[in-house]
Design a protein around this ligand. Structure first.
Ligand code: FES
Length: 260
């Protein structure tokens, strides 16, 4: 066990958590944009910076990637130094994404009315890479990734072409903190604007409602053993079908099912 102090609160860690996880577990909030508990931390946005002190040494670290392994450190999540740097990062983000609500809200909370910086290339993407991480680590695909360097750095499909890897699950849009990944559906197509990718939608085998990208059931079946006939149904028909099959049985307890 490791004992540390965060914002004057003594907390214990098992040596396996990051500073961010430990702080949140103990009710101490630290702002983040590029963190999601489902994927590996990457430390891109730097908003989760905190100040750590050990003896005479003090430094700023990204709490989402900092493992808590040392006994006796003191952590300040709101010190003047932390707030100064966090404010500057937010001003950069506000200059890059002036229309993004979450960044407007975070900036307002830090008392920023207007950014001192001017960027001429506005983009709602903050290059946090959450979309690429969720695609690779959770979905098991690599439809998008970081490309180029410096000011040209971006997240995109290979060669900016529609991605053949994309199954249209939109997990990328779900985790995107700024709403930079827009998804639209029309004419039996799901269109992911940022990836310039169109995926045909599939109809439910029972009610004909368009309910999923056509390549998703096949992909799920290749990864998990699930009844194929159920994956061909929309959620409503799937529930109905399961309820109908169960009506042929007496469910006597959680674990005992007897055929009528
Ligand atoms: S949340 Fe830690 S760097 Fe973004």
């Amino acid at each position: 066990m490791v004992r540390i102090n965060i914002d004057s609160k003594e907390v214990e860690a098992n040596g396996e958590s990051t500073l961010l996880e430990l702080a949140r577990k103990n009710g101490i909030e630290i702002p983040t944009l590029c963190h999601h508990q489902a994927v590996t931390p990457y430390g891109a946005c730097r908003l989760c910076l905190v100040e750590i002190k050990k003896e005479d040494e003090t430094k700023l670290v990204a709490s989402c990637t900092y493992p808590v392994r040392e006994d006796g450190i003191t952590v300040l999540t709101q010190s003047p130094k932390v707030n100064r740097v966090r404010k500057m990062i937010l001003e950069f983000l506000l200059a890059r994404c002036p229309e993004v609500e979450i960044i407007q809200e975070m900036s307002a909370e830090m008392g920023i009315k207007q950014s001192r910086f001017i960027l001429y290339d506005n983009d709602d993407c903050i290059l946090c890479g959450l979309c690429a991480r969720v695609c690779e680590e959770i979905i098991g695909k690599s439809a998008v990734s970081f490309t180029d360097r410096g000011p040209d750095r971006k997240v995109s499909t290979p060669f900016n072409e529609p991605s053949e890897e994309c199954v249209g699950c939109t997990a990328c849009a779900f985790v995107c903190p700024t709403g930079a990944i827009k998804v639209e559906e029309w004419d039996e197509i799901r269109f992911i604007e940022k990836w310039n990718t169109e995926i045909p939608l599939q109809k439910c085998a029972k009610c004909d409602m368009l309910y999923t990208p056509a390549n998703t059931p096949g992909y799920i079946l290749s990864k998990m053993q699930l009844p194929e006939n159920l994956l061909r149904l929309c959620e409503k028909c799937r529930r109905k079908s399961v309820a109908e099959s169960l009506s042929n049985y007496d469910v006597t307890s959680k674990n005992v099912i007897i055929k009528k």
